[in-house]
Design a protein around this ligand. Sequence first.
Ligand code: NAD
Length: 498
Amino acid sequence: MRQVDHFIVGGGGGSAARTHQIWNPSTGEVQAEVPLGDAALLQKAVDAAKKVQPAWAATNPQKRARVMFEFKRLVEANKQELAELLASEHGKVVDDAHGDVQRGLEVIEFACGIPQALKGEYTQGAGPGIDVYSMRQPLGIGAGITPFNFPAMIPMWMFGMAIAVGNAFILKPSERDPSVPVRLAELFVEAGAPEGLLQVVHGDKEMVDAILDHEDIAAVSFVGSSDIAHYVYKRGVAAGKRVQAMGGAKNHGIVMPDADLDQVVNDLAGAAFGSAGERCMALPVVVPVGHDTADKLREKLIPAINGLRVGVSNDPDAHYGPVVTPEHKARVEGWIDTAEKEGAEVVIDGRGFSLQGHEDGFFVGPTLLDRVTTDMESYQEEIFGPVLQIVRAKDFEEAVRLPSEHQYGNGVAIFTRNGHAAREFAHRVNVGMVGINVPIPVPVSYHSFGGWKRSGFGDTDQYGMEGLKFWTKAKKVTQRWPDGGGDGSNAFVIPTMG
Ligand code: NAD
């Protein structure tokens, strides 16, 4: 069976006491194994990182950027291979896997501009003869702990920024689809980065705890589910680290009576069901405003959802593929059971879905639930599957209140032709990322990504200038250069080279 190894200087050292199986979700077969590392293995990575980081920090930013440019070229040259590998372990369709790689690359493109972004600030004459300037310096060694659902994009969000500003980086990717993160680290070395600058250690809670407790790791960026994000945040901060921890989501799409319903249905097909709903910026809750809007929307949604094609990850015509593991399939179907018991109407039922020829794959059919109410647990919790819930709101005020009062606050969208309603909504809603007629409002790489409430712990966002801030510390210099005359004449003396 294929073995995925740690990517650390000196190698992972062969057989591990504990391993984790990697599925092929399309076939339901175990295709590889990954070792689960421990504190001793992490120590080897930290030792190697410590050796290379000071010289990397002292390398001028333009030269650091050249490595980023070359890495971008190599990832582009290997994109098809990366996308296929990613799709085979995650289950998302290859086209979608290309998007996963591409959105990570956009952060690398931002990192290529690091000389400009790192320039700092300067005030001349802040007092008599006094100038003030600030610079941002790297932290040393940073670590990233990433979820299964974007195995290319989220690692690149983190290491792209952390390394460009002068840190070494240790990545602990999801043990469910760890191969692409390792390939990215190999390409990074091929791009000219010194060995040890970007290393990948595999593991579960044991490795995460070792990272959080390690005194030489200055900062930890985490993306995953909320309970674990909160745990990582508390434990990392208690250990004196800088921590940002992004959590789960339950994003709402508000549909105003004046919205273009055909466009909304088209957007929802992608945003609720794409990637089998396993996106933190998916749109699993739709909130039509007024019963008339709800009925019309439901009528249009039914044929659109029934028309979705579920297929294996390398089926070029499939709209979406299997979910990631058999446990996750059972969990998603369990939430549909719960919703039904709680009184939601199961309009389209994706439970028990079987794909001909791939009966062992972890497929869940597209599901539509109507008459979902806020007291239902299936509304309050994240399902993370191809399930769309309709929550009917009586008016605009209720539509603003629903996402604002939800425990998660990652993304939200409003569909309307009314600029005033859109503006009011964007200003008032208690959610971190807002789309106006944009179903998945992921900010571009030169802005920053981050949710509110239980979707994000810590106070800096991912990538862009917020990412730069997270991975650096600011030094402020106040300088005064007294007149150098020395003979009391106050003469301005230009030093000579002798
Ligand atoms: P997860 O929380 O199970 O795992 C995330 C990481 O934590 C993995 O590296 C995993 O190995 C590690 N981990 C697992 N159990 C742990 C434990 N008990 N202690 C310490 N570490 C542990 O998340 P997942 O299932 O891989 O990813 C899906 C979740 O991530 C969803 O909730 C989704 O909304 C969220 N997500 C959020 C964002 C965002 O930016 N807000 C982006 C993508 C995914």
